[in-house]
Ligand binder design. Structure first.
Ligand code: NDP
Length: 501
């Protein structure tokens, strides 16, 4: 994407968003610079005070109205996602389905999750009552990717709004129209103040948002950009939440339902043309069931087609540069002895990539270690579940994963180094709004969704209030020496034996 125009009268630079399938222009958007971003954040500061002042009930009513609007105009939104991102209409619908569930959950549960809680003081402050309150942060900056242009940013936006914050959202340069649609739709149900604003542009616009003095920055995108975001936010000590890439593994054990596992592997690895942060990018199947499992995967994957028509299972690769990454990973794997049982070297025909199933892939091939972000599924034979676990955990990412099996499944799920695991299904954790979403290692830190997501986008405040006056005050220069002596004796009595009394 490149700057396409400079408006003669205003000097505002603009860029076009185009359909990755047809090259058709979707819309023209301003390239917002630091000045425009700062102005949006300043407007948001004022809107945040108004929005916080509505309280949970007032916000719930408006968020549910927003949810209703998304559900009513879902078709229009799916058409736009299909046009701008390229994904099939049904896949766009899954995004609408997910965001309405999450919005509903966040709107209903925020008051309970963020209600003030009493905390029992210990001996030193027994005469006080103590509680923790969760207050809005103020303005949350959200930077989102293009692969799930609705679901991913709303994972932060819904929870930030429910917690009482205003939001300034920078969508990817590849999906600005979806971002603009969202902000316009929100303004229809909340016309009073600019509680949700969108700024558009390229990476520099995102960088400006990081430096604009927002109270928290929630970033979803690649690990490489995540590092830049964190460095930019460090300038003003702006706290960050990073939802980054993944290289999710699926383990198939010897007592797994192989049909279910094959269905899940094909969906998890190939749906959305593999452009899913929680996509299955590696499958480890144990030796006794390996051949039967691979056969079932191949049968299913071989039926899928990429293309422009309504019957296509996969849409185009949204970002042209990603085609080169996929081609490089494929060529590297084939050159190192991998065999393609579905697809192959010719699978990449821009802007599409046909599904590929690889076997005999060496563990250090690019397709096993770097995020491929294409419909390429390597299926690796391992001796047993423990070897599968060791290999799955060897990577630097740790976003999601899946385990198929019975006896050992829960143990394996716990031991997988990742933030989210589905047992006997794939990616299902994203369907449960109450569960936290996020990863470990190079997949980032912090959580969206669920109670943790609401608290992540709030400020925890500690409050103590004296209930009863004691004869002396520990936090005072006027306390008598004997008080310290008495406390020293008490400390020895309570703690020196090592056991809690
Ligand atoms: P990028 O990291 O390239 O971009 C993400 C966002 O950051 C875009 O809006 C981009 O703007 C913006 N950006 C680029 N440079 C900067 C900068 N220097 N400062 C601030 N913002 C910047 O990711 P993609 O859009 O390519 O998305 C794919 C990646 O996202 C994959 O790695 C995928 O795994 C990950 N992802 C993670 C998810 C999760 O929940 N963990 C969910 C979905 C995707 P622009 O596009 O205009 O350059």
């Amino acid at each position: 994407m490149a700057i396409t125009d400079r408006h003669a009268a205003t000097g505002v630079q603009t860029f076009d968003s185009v359909s990755p399938a047809t090259g058709e222009k979707v819309g023209t958007f301003p390239v917002d610079g630091p000045e425009q971003v700062a102005a949006a954040v300043s407007r948001a500061c004022q809107a945040a005070r108004w929005w916080a002042g509505l309280g949970f009930a007032g916000r719930r009513r408006r968020l549910l109205a927003f949810k209703g609007l998304l559900a009513r105009r879902g078709e229009e939104l799916c058409d736009l996602i299909h046009l701008e991102n390229g994904k099939p209409h049904d896949d766009a619908f899954i995004e609408v389905l997910l965001v309405t569930e999450h919005l509903d959950w966040a709107a209903h549960k925020a008051a309970r999750a963020l209600r003030p809680r009493r905390v029992a003081p210990t001996l030193l402050a027994r005469n006080h009552s103590a509680r923790v309150e969760y207050q809005p942060l103020g303005v949350v900056g959200v930077i989102g990717p293009w692969n799930y242009p609705l679901f991913t940013p709303l994972g932060s936006i819904s929870y930030a709004l429910a917690a009482g914050n205003a939001v300034v959202f920078k969508p990817s340069e590849h999906t600005p129209a979806v971002g603009r649609w969202l902000a316009d739709a929100f303004a229809e149900v909340v016309p009073e103040q600019p509680v949700l604003q969108v700024v558009t542009g390229f990476g520099a616009t995102g960088d400006a948002l990081c430096r604009a003095g927002v109270d928290k920055l929630s970033f979803t995108g690649s690990a490489a950009t995540g590092r830049k975001v964190m460095a930019a936010c460090a300038e003003r000590l702006t706290p960050v939440l990073l939802e980054l890439g993944g290289k999710d593994a699926m383990i198939v054990d010897d007592d797994a339902d192989l049909d279910a596992a094959a269905r899940a592997a094909v969906w998890g690895g190939i749906a959305n043309a593999g452009q899913t942060c929680i996509g299955i990018e590696r499958v480890y199947a144990v030796d006794p069931i390996y051949d039967r499992f691979v056969e079932k995967v191949v049968q299913r994957a071989a039926k899928l087609r990429a293309g422009p028509g309504p019957d296509a299972d996969l849409g185009p690769i949204t970002v042209p540069g990603q085609l080169e990454v996929i081609r490089r990973h494929l060529d590297d794997a084939l050159a190192r002895g991998a065999r393609a049982l579905v697809g192959g070297a010719g699978a990449v025909h821009p802007p599409y990539v046909e599904p590929v199933v690889l076997v005999d892939v060496p563990e250090d091939a690019l397709v096993m270690v770097e995020e491929t972000f294409g419909p390429v599924l390597p299926v690796v034979r391992v001796h047993d579940a423990d070897e599968a676990l060791a290999r799955a955990n060897a990577g630097s990412y740790g976003l999601g994963g899946a385990v198929f099996g019975r006896r050992r499944a829960t143990r394996l799920a716990r031991a997988l180094r990742a933030g989210m695991i589905s047992v006997n299904s794939v990616q299902t954790f994203a369907l449960v709004p109450g569960l936290p979403f996020g990863g470990v290692g190079e997949s980032g830190f912090g959580r969206v969704h669920g109670e943790q997501g609401l608290r992540e986008l709030s400020s925890a405040k500690a409050l103590v209030r004296q209930r009863v006056r004691l004869p002396f005050d520990l936090t005072s220069f006027e306390r008598p020496d004997r008080a310290v002596d008495a406390l020293a004796r008490l400390t020895r009595l309570r703690h020196a034996g090592g056991r809690r009394r």
